[in-house]
Design a protein around this ligand. Structure first.
Ligand SMILES: C[S@@+](CC[C@H](N)C(=O)[O-])C[C@H]1O[C@@H](n2cnc3c(N)ncnc32)[C@H](O)[C@@H]1O
Length: 329
């Protein structure tokens, strides 16, 4: 079968959670549904209605392929809520930080005005290799987008030296119109350094923002009390695990952190955008939550499950919340 979640890292910033095999597995229907919804959230980042004040419904229907969300779910550029950045026709400079395999970039590509510059940064070459395989698709959706991908660690020069990684020439202070980071913050060991650095790259303008999207499992966690090893404090990552912040970040935690004196964005909006559900095999749940007693309780409570025949794995339905933080310099 050859499909394993390897979690070999004891070194902060060496994220081995996502091997190429795991990346391919995780590009499943639930992730595609989530990325379509994240695409819409990024397109509407500047809307006064973003983020929604409260969201009670789950994203799509987990009994259906792709959760019942086909491409018509994606917004059109002329939809009222879509932010001016995507409508003006002026080229923009975009940073997709911790871009992974580029699934979200592929959904967003057609919305970037002709002549825009897209920079994808990740510290995992295996992720970027898969992104590269997607380039044909991205080019066909937007022929006038200049895409550059870099393996680089913006928070750890030692890591860059050890791995012979050079600073991307595009990472210039105050030049990015849009920086987004999707479902990666819970992996970061040095959330503070990374966020400060992203802030320096951002333009100071009413139209320029950093958009963070990350998963929060507060509901999931509170259902299975008794856990003792959940790490959700942005200031205290778990040094022994690739997933540094088990459970993710709530809107309140992001709001507090991003407006604190250390980071000091001038304006921050946070909220829940939607509630995703994901089919995840037991081994994946154990890597993410890092707490066997919590996972045992979850599995014993018999949530919906299904057999992934292709991988010969039992998968469980895990519910979370997608948290958004939109930050202006
Ligand atoms: C769950 S994936 C998300 C990928 C992509 N943003 C998406 O939404 O599909 C997390 C990504 O964060 C990357 N990552 C973890 N720590 C990082 C860091 N310090 N700097 C850059 N990328 C990092 C991992 O290599 C992985 O590609």
């Amino acid at each position: 079968m050859g499909m394993e979640f390897t979690n070999t890292s004891t070194k902060p910033n060496a994220d081995h959670t996502y091997t190429k095999e795991v990346s391919r597995w995780s590009e499943n229907a639930s992730l595609r549904a989530m990325m379509k919804a994240n695409c819409n959230s990024i397109l509407t980042y500047a809307s006064p209605n973003q983020p929604p004040v409260s969201v009670d419904s789950f994203l799509g229907d987990y009994t259906k392929p792709e959760f019942g969300l086909d491409d018509s779910f994606l917004l059109k550029t002329d939809d009222l809520e879509v932010s001016p950045l995507f409508k003006s026709g002026k080229p923009i400079k975009v940073l997709d930080f911790a871009c992974g395999t580029g699934m979200l970039a592929e959904y967003l590509a057609p919305y970037f005005p002709a002549g825009s510059q897209f920079v994808g940064v990740d510290l995992s070459q295996s992720q970027l290799d898969i992104f590269d395989e997607r380039m044909k698709e991205i080019n066909s959706k937007n022929q006038n987008l200049d895409v550059k991908l870099y393996e680089y660690n913006i928070a750890d020069d030692e890591f860059n030296k050890e791995n012979n990684l050079k600073e991307p020439v595009e990472l210039i202070e105050g030049t990015f119109d849009l920086i987004y980071c999707s479902t990666a913050y819970h992996h970061f060991h040095d959330v503070e350094t990374i966020t400060k650095k992203l802030k320096t790259y951002l333009k100071k303008s009413d139209d320029a923002a950093l958009v963070i999207l990350d998963l929060y499992y507060g509901d999931f966690i509170s259902k299975f009390k008794g856990q003792n090893n959940l790490n959700t404090d942005p200031e205290k990552p778990d040094p022994n695990n690739s997933v540094a912040h088990h459970g993710g970040f709530s809107p309140e935690m992001f709001q507090h952190f991003l407006t604190s004196d250390k980071i000091a964005f001038s304006k921050v909006k946070t909220g829940i955008t939607f509630k995703p559900q994901q089919w995840i095999p037991e081994i994946g749940i154990r890597v993410f939550f890092n707490d066997n007693s919590l996972v045992d309780k979850f599995i014993a409570s018999a949530p919906p499950m299904r057999k992934n025949e292709a991988l010969n794995l039992q998968e469980y339905l895990v519910s979370g919340e997608m948290v958004i933080a939109v930050c202006w310099k």
